[in-house]
Design a protein around this ligand. Sequence first.
Ligand code: MN
Ligand code: MG
Length: 643
Amino acid sequence: MRFSRLVALVLALALPVAAQAAELRLRILATTDLHMNLVDYDFIRDQADETIGLDRTAALIEEARTQNPNAILVDAGDLLQGSPMGDVVARDLAEGDEIHPAYAIMNALHYDAAATGNHEFNFGLDFLERAQKGRDFPLLAANVYRAHPDGSRGETLFPAATLLTRRFKDSTGAERDVKIGVIGALPPQIMTWDRDKLSGRLVTGDAVEAVAREIPGLRAQGADVIVVIAHSGLSAAPQAGGDENFAAYLAPVDGVDAIVSGHSHRIFPGKDYDGFPGANLAEGTIDGKPVVMAGAYGSHLGVIDLTLDDAGGHWAVTDGRGEARPVAPRGEGKPKARLPADPAVDALASPWRAATLAYVRAPIGEAKAPINTYLTLLGDTGALRLVADAQLAAAQEMVKGTPYEGLPILSAAAPFRVGGRPGPDYYTDIKAGPIAIKDAADLYVYPNILTIVKLKGAEVREYLEKAARLFNRIDPAKTGAQPLVGDMPAYGFDVLFGLTYQIDVTQPARYGRGPTIDDPNAHRVSDIRYSGEALKDDQDYLIVTNNYRANGGGEFPRMDGSAVVLVGEEPNRDVLIAYIRARREITPDPTPVWRFAPVGGAPDVRIAIGPGGAAAAASDPRLSKVETNAAGFDVYRVQLPQS
Ligand code: MN
Ligand code: MG
């Protein structure tokens, strides 16, 4: 007893640092995937959106810094491309020294470091390099290298890592230096996604390997803490090398203290990651290391709180937790922002905001006839064909040089705004005349990514059966009104362009909600033809669709991700916009894809159409108006073809 006291006394005299052991609470604040949403405005829909925007996140940053001034602020990439403002800046950022507005705002918010995202490369390397002028914090990418003429790896394009020395207050109130090593990394797949712009100029390598490589050097320079900013998602699959979603693989890497992730536009900690291997959602950790992913478009601020302790004579991380704070917490009703937008950010963004509004409101093409969805559920294909044709054109480019080149390509399009529960005004209704970007966005509401799946003909048949569940079963013998369309959201009604087929609504639905067959004897879809020939059950077909459908959205058969063969980098909506721009004049093509099969008898089949569709309905000889219902829809009787 006495001896150990003596030892303690000697140690205390010999190690004065240990005698005044202190803690320091270090906070890492993180944004990610801002995609040029600098302000709280949805330029596609041309309306304010208080759930997004760096001006809103900035208020959370300020609040978090007030709570703990021992804070650094980082961004995890996908900054420069995404919102229409990104396109406008890429087009208009002058030669010379004008600072890209994203960096001007981030300078003003005192960002400490940022990772490069994959979308940074979308406008090409020359623009990316030009855009860096005036940025006053480091941009990092450990696994992107300049290519030597022989294709070998040169220097990194941007620094792999940086060492920040910051003076913070410890638990005793003393000012102390903390050295924070920060490493950035991103999916090596940029060489595929932006091959046309980067091939021969850059090479990429495995991200986890590159991060691990940087750690000893940072430690040798005295790094107390190592933070990785990974523009990458969290995957539960085993590490394969060269992974796109590698952020979780960094947790077991020796020396990594905190992980800022991104890229998949999700929220960590959050319910998306319920059951994720090694995750503790209460603490915001994976394998004990703090991790955050802050959604997208400025919707969340990632907050990692680390406790440092200097008992060992240097700072050591003894605790860490992660949190994602929403700009607009979800509760009852519409999400409301908790704090007002930062006026300083809005002031800096203001000229670009005006330019972007002009851009989205400017014509990209001209509709030679109205493009609307009033009769889409009755087989009118004008509106959907425009989407399908745009997807097909993009898919034809995507398959070039792949093993899938030469396979028949079908293009899946579903109506998004087509009445139903959202009400009688919820239709796409583009008048003849100029088409603006926001009109294209109206036609393609969701930020899906173009995705190609490969199915056998027999599986295509099942896909169509699943979509055909939209319709109620009609009893041709019944007297009295029968509503044609059931309760299913119409965005599950994929029409497969490239085929022709008929749908027999007197048959029971083969599918219910799930991806498996409900009624094995039921067949609604028949006479399926490709280029006039009967669909071949054992032939391979490609379907160009979106990431939502391909990965299980709507629970279509085989659409569990396993049928995906090619994933585009572009949202379907951008593909549509590019297509309209290239064509200029758009004439909706009414050639039918599917038709109702003839029915026996003359059932009183009804459909509800918003009042905006009165003219379209009047021109359809199958329709006769019965009444206007309480919800404000006009109800029509539909004359189905007679057998
Ligand atoms: Mn992104
Ligand atoms: Mg990304």
